[in-house]
Design a binder for this molecule. Sequence first.
Ligand SMILES: [Zn+2]
Length: 87
Amino acid sequence: MSLTATEKEELLYELWLEQDRKCYYCGIKIQLKHCELDHKVPVSRGGSDTKKNMVAACHNCNKEKGNKTVAEYRRYLQEAYGEHPKF
Ligand SMILES: [Zn+2]
């Protein structure tokens, strides 16, 4: 079962508010119109289209995370940049 465009918009809005209008990954403040829905576990990897599997992310993070899971993305950032992500 996949979400309609309207449902996705509502979900994104809720997540964005809950995350204090920040990107889930890098923590920068983002405008809603620059916000993207990201699946913690990508749908292609068996993740579900439900709110608990989704976060609001900025375009850069969403793009860089790509097809990784959250755990993989965290590891990737540590290895690539020596960062210790807060998410
Ligand atoms: Zn970000």
